[in-house]
Design a binder for this molecule. Structure first.
Ligand SMILES: Cc1ncc(COP(=O)(O)O)c(C=O)c1O
Length: 507
């Protein structure tokens, strides 16, 4: 058998000379214990006696004696010239060791840990799960994949000492400059590279914001319905969360002022409200900015999918309207490119910058220099803009295919409009159909749709299906809509008993 990874070289021996136990026996006992508890696994190659003796500063004869005893007792097998290996046919591992089923670890009481209730909520979209119409999936074409390979290889070839060391917690200046140029041009943002902090994405940015903003325990507004990960992050941090209803113009600022006047911040998705897709109207934007200015409160703008705009005039970021430095702007490359990248950025108002950078530094010091170099090259060389142009067309086609199929096959049960932007659409159910029941039944038929009513906290929930269209090639869409139609039709048929009752009544 080929030796497994040689972790034995790194085994943390504790040899003591103050002990009466002979050194060879200490080595023997520790190795035997590591073998029995499976901390060193069967098949692992042990270091040579010469290496071990030198590593532990014991005599070679002590190492040889320990190995001979392990061999004699069957814990190891030696092959001439190829070293000593831990035997593959060992007795059962001893109690509490890694190989045996452990006693279940009690879970933390949910009252004691807010994270425990968050854990119940985790429902990750994994890219390998190809069931339409899950959210958060992106498509990457062959051109981008190939470019990514080339740029990564180029970056690896031109590594400089700066790639290997600690660097600015905000990210490299090259990447921050590029992001700043992009935001000014594409999103009408007001920024300077100094104010940009590179993060691993929106979630990381939200976490830093929550650590930095003062007084969130006094109140913070969120959109209702809204993005569950923002709400959960706030709840987990002990914030006093006030869900504020969203209507056709976006978050109802006046309701927020009335119902939670002491709020210190608001988290919003103004360009494409999640999940409804509503755009925050200009009147509401100005109202929100005026409130923040007057109360010295903060607006956290989550601008998660503005790259994918299919029609109409692109809306500038709310941050671009802000003259009082009250908006913290969060952008992500995990949607524009791919979620596995884990990269995003924040434009931090100057009064918060020092605290923000300090919080980021305490969390994980800095972003990875290598990934930043690849992304900076991708953006600077014009590939990012080209990628967005190509993928936007792809997503637009997928959106159109999905809307047409839904209207055609499910027009009587669902009301759907093509969104101008983003990667998902909302289909309102008709005739009293329950989105939750469709969500549940859909899963059994290989279709993932999200019930929008679940995303409401306090406001009256509307029944609708949230369908992601970005991650599914056109040819996957029709068959999936067909499966969805079967699910919806089964739900919309009156139960048999009722049918009989109805026909009996007619007679
Ligand atoms: C409202 C909203 N913001 C941001 C994101 C992106 O999050 P991240 O950058 O952490 O991947 C998503 C992804 O689904 C989202 O729905």
């Amino acid at each position: 058998m080929k030796g497994q990874q040689s972790w034995a070289e790194l085994y943390a021996f504790e040899i003591t000379r103050a002990d009466d136990t002979p050194l060879y026996r200490q080595v023997y006992l520790q190795l035997r214990s590591a073998i029995l508890t499976r901390r060193l696994r069967p098949g692992t190659k042990l270091p040579s006696t010469r290496e071990l003796a030198s590593q532990l500063s014991v005599s070679r004869s002590a190492a040889v004696a320990a190995y001979e005893q392990l061999l004699a007792e069957g814990y190891t097998s030696g092959r001439h010239g190829s070293g000593t290996y831990i035997s593959s046919d060992l007795p059962e591992p001893i109690e509490g060791s890694a190989g045996r089923r452990k006693k279940p670890v009690p879970t933390i009481n949910s009252d004691a840990s807010p994270m425990e209730s968050v854990a119940n909520f985790i429902d990750v979209t994994v890219q390998s799960d190809q069931r339409p119409f899950n959210l958060g999936r992106t498509l990457i074409d062959a051109r981008t994949t190939e470019l990514w390979r080339k740029l990564s290889a180029r970056t690896l070839r031109s590594l400089s000492p700066s790639h290997f060391g600690y660097s600015d917690p905000r990210g490299t200046i090259e990447l921050r400059k590029t992001i700043c140029d992009y935001l000014q041009a594409a999103r009408g943002a007001r920024c300077d590279p100094d104010q940009i902090v590179v993060t691993t994405g929106t979630q990381h940015a939200i976490d830093i914001v929550i650590r930095v903003l003062p007084g969130l325990d006094k109140g913070v507004w969120i959109e209702d319905p809204g993005y569950p990960l923002t709400r959960q992050a706030l709840l987990a941090a002990g914030a006093k969360v006030s869900p504020i209803p969203v209507d056709g113009q976006g978050i109802q600022v006046a309701t927020g002022i009335k119902s939670a006047p002491n709020a210190r911040a608001v988290f919003v998705t103004p360009s494409h409200q999640f999940p409804t897709g509503v755009v925050l109207s200009m009147a509401r934007r100005l109202e929100l900015l005026a409130w923040a200015q007057e109360k010295s409160a903060w607006i956290v703008e989550d601008d998660y999918a503005s790259e994918f705009r299919y029609g109409g005039r692109p809306l500038a970021a709310l941050q671009g309207l802000d003259e009082g430095e009250r908006v913290i702007y969060i952008g992500t490359l995990n949607k524009a490119l791919f979620p596995g990248l884990r990269m995003g950025y924040v434009v931090v108002p100057r009064p918060l910058l020092r605290a923000f950078v300090a919080a980021r530094y305490l969390m994980d010091r800095q972003p990875s220099t290598l990934s930043q170099a690849v992304v900076a090259a991708f953006m600077e060389d014009g590939y990012f803009a080209a990628h967005i142009r190509r993928i936007r067309l792809l997503y637009r086609d997928q959106r159109d295919e999905l809307v047409a199929a839904l209207k055609n096959r499910l027009g009587a049960d669902l009301s759907v409009n093509a969104p101008d932007q983003g990667m998902h659409l909302v289909a309102f159910t008709r005739r009293g159909l329950s989105d939750v029941a469709i969500e549940r039944a859909g899963r059994q038929h290989g279709v993932i749709v999200r019930a929008m009513s679940r995303l409401y906290v306090g406001a009256a929930p509307r029944s609708a299906l949230v369908l992601g269209f970005s991650g599914y090639p056109r040819q996957a869409i029709l068959p999936a809509v067909e499966r969805l139609a079967q699910v919806v039709e089964a739900k919309s048929k009156p139960p048999r008993v009722k049918q009989q009752f109805a026909s009996a009544k007619r007679k």
